[in-house]
Design a protein around this ligand. Structure first.
Ligand SMILES: [Zn+2]
Length: 92
């Protein structure tokens, strides 16, 4: 029996942190689909679901207070649109 998409996603995140963009490329999904699955993983794994905040690629601004899982569109400090992350991982 092959694992479900969400199980595959969980296995990837147990190995190392990934951003939604990276996961979308790896699993051939849209970013929106990945974010949907991440919301479910967050709900089922609760405290074991870790989020490393997104970071502005230009000025290094940390999106620490952001609760949403999708990637921020632009940096509130320098207005740049190059924002990396957030990165997700699962603790065993
Ligand atoms: Zn910035």
């Amino acid at each position: 029996m092959s694992p479900t998409l969400r199980q595959t996603l969980a296995l990837i995140l147990q190995r190392e942190p990934r951003s939604a963009v990276q996961l979308a490329e790896e699993l051939l999904l849209t970013q929106g689909e990945v974010e949907h699955h991440l919301e479910h993983l967050k709900r089922s794994h609760k405290a074991n679901f870790k989020v490393r905040p997104a970071k502005c690629a230009s000025c290094g601004y940390d999106f620490k207070k952001r609760a949403r899982l999708d990637a921020p569109g632009r940096c509130p400090r320098c207005r740049a649109e190059r924002v990396d992350g957030p990165w997700f991982s699962l603790e065993p």
